[in-house]
Design a protein around this ligand. Structure first.
Ligand SMILES: Cc1cc2nc3c(=O)[nH]c(=O)nc-3n(C[C@H](O)[C@H](O)[C@H](O)COP(=O)(O)OP(=O)(O)OC[C@H]3O[C@@H](n4cnc5c(N)ncnc54)[C@H](O)[C@@H]3O)c2cc1C
Length: 392
């Protein structure tokens, strides 16, 4: 069986590693960026404990490399902007191991390294044709501007992210569902004086800061705030004064944590990446079953629970296990779709406190309750190991 993987982000790299050398499978891997280029990966992220568990059970070497390049995500606290504590969770109460705090560039480096030798870089998927045997032939625009074809494939896998070209070409362009919230991201280097370490969130009404340390003495900061009725990020939103007002408590001094972040925002305002929070309808494969979608290509989700890359990790290792065992795209869908559906819905529902008209204090305190912890246990622990997969 000849399998072509488009994109070596999170899901694509892990799938390529899982399939490389598998008996009866010939794998070809294509990536738009050049070798060693991680320019699109500017900031940091947290991977849930479920990503760590998936790697530990299925790719222990990658688990070790990821731990080496990251800090453990052990704690999750939520404060108000004046420092009032609303929630303080030890993740080991709901997970089998800590999550991961890492820089994007490091995550890509760790995941891409084992498949660098089998990846054709500078190959951007542009079109899909069909050969005489009815197999899909991907057509790439190479970095030198020329078109390239590398034959027909029994299966093409889209690991090419939220704006997947493979999904667009074989199943149509998905219509995003906007949450109505802006999320911006900033990586602060040289953060020696940062007063906090592990994962925290700070609410001021429905505006929220989120931050944690990542390796290299850096801190990742993300700001979230509701957009107006038109759902657009306006020039006013992108102003420093507007952003300060969003996160400053109206009747109190900001906590030391919030004051530190506001100073960093002011110093590095031009480096902020702005985006809108949205998800897209889940689709696991093209109608004819010749293209499989993994990670954001299948299931772009809102970033509220930090599960986008986390689910891409689960997708890569678990789809790899299914395909190695001779399963097809429907077997991958049967394993992944109920799980991903649960995670997408939970991520959307947990975004309630970011929306206007919702009491963020009451909403956060509710997350202290047993019902939300049970959801988190399911989220962080329900990852099948090789024996469970075999039995299924
Ligand atoms: C603001 C924000 C914050 C986030 N924070 C978190 C977080 O804290 N934790 C978390 O788990 N997730 C987070 N996410 C989600 C995360 O970024 C994605 O879910 C994750 O990167 C998806 O992985 P992937 O492998 O599907 O795609 P990607 O990592 O996007 O990789 C896609 C790959 O395909 C390549 N490619 C693209 N098009 C082509 C083409 N035409 N031809 C060939 N190659 C191509 C790209 O170069 C890239 O290498 C966040 C997202 C946003 C927007």
């Amino acid at each position: 069986m000849r399998i072509g993987i488009i994109g070596t982000g999170v899901a694509g790299s892990l799938l390529a590693e899982r399939l490389d050398g598998a008996p009866g499978i010939e794998t070809a891997v294509f990536e738009r960026v050049r070798p060693g280029e991680h320019a699109e990966a500017g900031t940091g992220l947290n991977l849930g404990p479920n990503a760590a568990k998936a790697l530990r059970l299925h790719l222990p070497e990658r688990h070790a490399a990821l731990r080496e390049a990251s800090l453990p995500w052990r704690r999750w606290f939520v404060d108000l902007a004046d420092g009032t504590r609303l929630l303080d969770l030890d993740l080991l109460e709901v997970a089998d191991e800590p999550g991961v705090r890492i820089r994007w560039s490091e995550l890509y480096r760790v995941l891409r390294a084992p498949v660098a030798g089998i990846t054709r870089h500078g190959h951007a998927l542009e079109a899909v044709e069909e050969d005489a045997a009815g197999r899909l032939v991907p057509v790439f625009r190479r970095a030198d501007g020329e078109l390239a074809r590398h034959g027909g494939f029994d299966l093409l896998v889209g690991g090419d992210g939220r704006y997947s070209q493979l999904r667009a070409l074989t199943a149509g362009v998905p219509e995003p569902r906007q949450l109505g919230v802006c999320i911006w991201r900033l990586l602060v280097p040289d953060a020696t004086d940062c007063p906090f370490d592990d994962y925290g969130q700070w609410f001021n009404g429905n505006a929220r800061l989120l931050a944690f340390r990542v390796p290299g003495n850096a801190v990742y900061v993300a700001g979230t705030f509701p957009l107006g009725e038109d759902g657009q990020i306006t020039a006013e939103h992108r102003g420093l004064d507007y952003q300060r007002r969003l996160f400053l408590p109206p009747d109190a001094e900001p906590s030391a944590d919030v004051a530190w972040m506001l100073a960093q925002i002011a110093a590095r305002f031009g480096e902020i990446h702005w985006a809108r929070s949205a998800d897209a309808p889940m689709l696991r494969h093209s109608p004819d079953g010749r293209a499989l979608f993994l990670g954001d290509a299948a299931q772009a989700m809102v970033p509220t629970l930090g599960q986008g890359a986390t689910q891409a990790v689960e997708d890569g290792v678990l789809a790899g296990a299914v395909l190695r065992a001779g399963g097809d795209v429907r077997a991958v869908a049967a394993l992944r779709d109920p799980r991903v559906g649960f995670v997408r819905d939970l991520s959307w529902a947990a975004s309630d406190t970011l929306l206007p008209g919702v009491d963020s204090v009451a909403g956060t305190r509710k997350k202290n309750g047993e019902a939300f912890r049970a959801e988190l246990r399911r989220l962080y622990r329900d990852v099948p190991g090789p024996e469970e997969l075999l039995a299924a």
